[in-house]
Design a protein around this ligand. Structure first.
Ligand code: ADP
Ligand code: MG
Length: 698
């Protein structure tokens, strides 16, 4: 029998395949490009292309594509076949180094936020050799970056790679200060935990809200929801188990380290976590995971919902971005060490993260902002929209000791003046309150928990890497060439703790009182919606930081601001239109049909016996009539509000109308429809209910 070991990575042109198929010289040259980012010459590219093509063809591939991550949030591909005519009337399979390195998709329809006028629409894709090529179906997929001809990034990968470079550069400066001369490279790693829902395809097809928007726009609360907590880590149902089994196989073939799977809090909700890897690859893998989840679900007659809030009143889905930084020698820089020197270094990196998260709270909030995620943040199921850091009691005590020049527990002050000689092993806090923190230290990594389930993890990591690079740069600028390194280091750490301790919060993030304290006493930011936070992408301090590290140009930031707000507006407009449609042509007529039948029944009863009061029927008819009137008027108001959007002078103004008017009316329309659902006989209701959807998979 074939074991996982035999087929793991079988569809990936990974290091094993490279070694086996490339000449020693070509392999060495490619390896240098991958590890050190050195330029690849065309001769090497040609040899790699041929080997890749031969390998892919031997696995049944007929096409290749430059696989990229445009700003739509999903991945894009345009397939070209390998065939080329041969003089004898047949074909040969060809693939050149030039085709490997650079592609020109006619990708004029991807959003560019004004970066690319349509007449010069042709962007180009460039091979990212740091992420392995792989086969999907019959296509060799080559991970690429997507840029405009004047060099602007049109995708999520380019700024991610730039942010990793920035972090590498500044972290190396710090390591050198600690006498660490042998480290060549510092990279950030991520393990993203992915939540999702599974429902049956049959139910899905019957709801246009799910089909058009990925979430239910109507639906009364089912009699049983998640209050029993009996789904969390519960026994996995056979149909779900079969799905997970096939999903794992598909992911493993692609070299994706799918590791844990379990049921989540809500009924029909599940989670998959891979083993962490380099951020760039983790991002590619997470995109692929989301795509394959949907494909495999379809094969099992299921639909995988990746929306952040598919069901009101039931927990939504997020993504936990477990993030750390490590050297090429494998040292995790967020792991406390055994010697005072290592610990001082650890504390400095820890402080760099604390400072980064505080200084760029807004960028972190922006990096997870979508119409879908706005429903989760602050809704007592996911962290609030206020960013704060959880450190745990032990680490907190260490920082307090340093801040106040006191000793930590019984440990004497050391010559490092850092208040600690040997740091304790920081065990991961397993208490529930930890789960409520948006940004938690979990022993040797930080867990950023604000991401929505459908978000690309690229955005969050771009901001995280860049902000930490900025802290490290400030530290390195101060410490390089200083006479008394240890004193300067001590002061720097102490200053960071003093200046930024207001971002540290170890209590319950779901508590209303925390939001009050955070905003009123501590002055932390609370951007509830995408419309609130997005304009701050263009705040001077943010533009300065991101451009200084070469992560974005100012023009790229402006374009991203436009695209993200456009996406927010478009998403909600589609939802609103779908609601109006469903309310008018499905829900109201269904209620009307039931009301008429009840009224007829009352009339028939009265005809039999005029003494009957028929108070039940009268009550139902009255209530439902009032509700249909309300539904009709709210639907009309919503339509008017949607028309008024065309008067907005720019996308910022439009997003405000959406936030303040459209979303409010959508909420009101929904309340009326959901109430009517609880009064209407099920056989009349025109779509599957929450109970049907959430408990459909056996
Ligand atoms: P949880 O209880 O939140 O599921 P786990 O310890 O299982 O926590 O880890 C969750 C994720 O964190 C996994 O994807 C794991 O690979 C990843 N992870 C573990 N260590 C690190 C690290 N040093 N850097 C980045 N991610 C990590
Ligand atoms: Mg987690």
């Amino acid at each position: 029998m074939k074991t996982v070991k035999d087929y793991f990575g079988s569809l990936v042109f990974d290091d094993r395949v490279m070694k086996a198929t490339l000449s020693a010289k070509v392999y060495a040259s490619l390896k240098k490009t991958i590890d050190e980012g050195s330029e690849l010459d065309i001769g090497v590219a040609n040899a790699v292309a041929t080997a890749m093509k031969d390998w892919a063809v031997s696995k049944g591939a007929t096409h290749y594509t430059h696989w990229f991550q445009p700003l739509t949030g999903i991945t894009a591909e345009k397939h070209d076949s390998f065939i080329s005519p041969s003089p004898d009337g047949g074909v040969i399979m060809e693939f050149s180094g030039k085709e490997l390195i650079k592609g020109e998709p006619d990708a004029s329809s991807f959003p560019s936020g004004g970066l690319r006028a349509t007449f010069e629409a042709r962007g180009y894709t460039a091979w990212d050799p740091t992420s392995y090529a792989f086969i999907k179906g019959k296509t060799l997929c080559i991970p690429t970056a997507f840029c405009s001809y004047d060099g602007h990034a049109l995708d999520k990968k380019t700024p991610l790679l730039r942010s990793m470079q920035a972090l590498n550069k500044q972290a190396l400066r710090i390591l050198r200060l600690f006498g660490n001369d042998s480290v060549k490279r510092v990279t950030s790693s991520v393990g993203p935990e992915q939540e999702y829902f599974l429902i049956t395809k049959e139910m899905y097809e019957q709801r246009s809200d799910l089909r058009f928007t990925g979430r239910t726009l109507f639906g009364a609360k089912p009699p049983k929801g998640q209050e029993m907590d009996d789904h969390y880590f519960g026994v996995i149902k056979p149909r779900v188990a079969a799905f997970m089994e096939e999903l794992n196989d598909e992911l493993w073939k692609l070299g994706i380290l799918a590791k844990t799977e379990h049921n989540e809090v809500a009924p029909a909700q599940h989670e998959l976590a891979p083993i962490y890897t380099t951020t760039n690859i983790a991002t590619d893998h997470n995109q692929l995971t989301m795509e394959i989840m949907q494909k495999v679900a379809a094969k099992h007659g299921l639909v995988c919902l990746l929306h952040e809030k598919p069901f009101a009143g039931v927990n939504g889905s997020g993504k936990h971005n477990n993030w750390s930084i490590a050297t090429d020698a494998g040292q995790n820089l967020l792991s406390p060490g055994a010697t005072p020197y290592e610990n001082a270094q650890f504390l400095l990196f820890l402080c760099a993260v604390i400072k980064a998260v505080d200084d760029y709270q807004d960028l972190l909030r922006i990096s997870v902002a979508t119409a879908g995620n706005d429903h989760r943040l602050g809704a007592n199921e996911a962290p609030p929209a206020v960013v704060s850091i959880f450190l745990g009691d032990e680490l907190n005590a260490v920082l307090e000791a340093i801040e106040n020049d006191t000793t930590y527990k019984d440990i004497e002050k050391t010559q490092m003046k850092l208040g600690v000689n040997v740091l304790p092993k920081f065990n991961r806090d397993t208490t529930d309150r930890n789960r409520t923190s948006p940004f938690a230290f979990t022993g040797n990594k930080f867990e950023f928990r604000m991401l929505g389930s459908s978000n690309s993890i690229a955005c969050a990591n771009i901001m995280l890497n860049s902000a930490v690079a900025e802290s490290l740069k400030i530290y390195a600028d101060r410490l390089e060439g200083v006479e008394d390194f240890e004193t300067a280091l001590h002061e720097m750490i102490q200053k960071t703790i003093k200046d930024h301790k207001h971002i540290i919060f170890n209590g319950n993030g779901y508590d209303e009182s925390w939001i009050k304290e955070a905003t009123e006493k501590r002055g932390l930011l609370n951007y509830r919606t995408t419309a609130d936070c997005m304009p701050h992408l263009l705040d001077k301090k943010n533009v300065e930081m991101l451009t200084a590290h070469g992560v974005f140009t100012e023009a790229e930031l402006k374009s991203r601001y436009e695209i993200m707000l456009e996406n927010y507006c478009k998403t909600i407009i589609i939802e609103a239109n779908t609601m109006v449609d469903m309310a008018k042509i499905q829900i109201a007529p269904a209620i009307e049909g039931y009301t008429a039948d009840v009224a007829r029944s009352a009339a028939a009863k009265k005809a039999l016996d005029s003494a009957l009061t028929c108070s039940y029927e009268t009550g139902v008819v009255r209530k439902l009539s009032a509700l249909t009137d309300r539904i009709a008027s709210k639907a009309e108001e919503l339509e008017t509000a949607l028309i008024s959007l065309s008067d907005a002078e720019d996308i910022g103004a439009e997003s405000i109308i959406i936030r303040d008017t459209v979303l409010v009316l959508m909420g009101e329309l929904r309340i009326a429809c959901d109430e009517a659902e609880t009064l209407t006989a099920k056989s009349y209701w025109p779509m599957p209910t929450y109970a049907d959807l959430l408990f459909s998979v056996k």
